[in-house]
Design a protein around this ligand. Structure first.
Ligand code: GDP
Ligand code: MG
Length: 205
């Protein structure tokens, strides 16, 4: 994907406040601090489109972004962070469910997990809810830079076992090295029905 523009549109909690569903939409979900904001920034080749937080569990709204004037990204609040208040934690479910139910333009949810920890119970719950809401999961294991090359190949095989898929189908990613970036873009574009428009010679991982 050739990045041209990436802009923040608005933050919203209720469907009545969502921007018009004019473009195919991709949401980003995962446990707090897993690296959602970093992934969005690096997909968009922006340093500060989304704030990377030192304090986990801060984003409590749905944040909408317009990419290249033809694609919408949504940064969902992180789940599973113990230090946010019980009320805030309890509102994650209904707020995000409302969004999942009401957003016809939502094509896929990038489910971001930590490569070191693998699929957690909360990650599985999110992924298993996909058929109910009608979106496709794109499962990404981030912080892959925490593994050296050989260890990473082993970890890929282990994660493939966990997911019952082939090792080559495991999406490993790092916002530090940008490994896996093109693959994620390819999946996103396929989900949106876009033709392939991948930049050549882009930090070939
Ligand atoms: N080593 C490493 N650290 C990362 C990576 N992605 C995010 N981080 C760090 O993890 C922390 C949380 O990142 P953030 O993107 O704010 O996570 P979010 O809460 O899921 O949006 C920050 O300190 C980031 O610098 C990665 O791929 N590798
Ligand atoms: Mg964030």
């Amino acid at each position: 994907m050739k990045m041209k523009t990436a802009e923040f549109v608005k933050a919203a909690v209720y469907p009545k406040d969502f921007p018009p569903a004019d473009y195919p939409e991709i949401a980003f979900a995962g446990r707090s601090n897993v690296g959602k904001s970093s992934l969005i920034n690096s997909l968009c080749q922006r340093k500060k489109l989304v704030k990377v937080s030192r304090t986990p569990g801060r984003t409590q709204t749905l944040n909408f972004f317009l990419i290249n004037e033809n694609l919408s990204f949504v940064d969902l609040p992180g789940y599973g962070y113990a230090k946010v208040s019980k009320t805030e934690r309890a509102s994650w479910g209904p707020m995000v469910e409302d969004y999942f139910y009401n957003r016809d333009s939502l094509k896929a949810v990038v489910c971001i997990c930590d490569a070191r920890r693998g699929l957690q119970k909360s990650d599985r719950m999110l992924i298993e809810s996909a058929p109910l809401f009608g979106w496709q999961p794109i499962i990404v294991f981030t912080k892959a830079d925490k593994f050296k090359t050989n260890a990473r190949a082993n970890r890929r095989r282990e994660l493939a076992k966990e997911m019952s898929c082939k090792p080559k189908d495991v999406l490993l990613y790092s916002s530090m090295t940008k490994i896996g970036r093109d693959e994620i873009w390819n999946r996103i574009e396929a989900m949106c029905g876009f033709g392939r428009d991948v930049e050549e010679n882009e930090d070939g991982q």
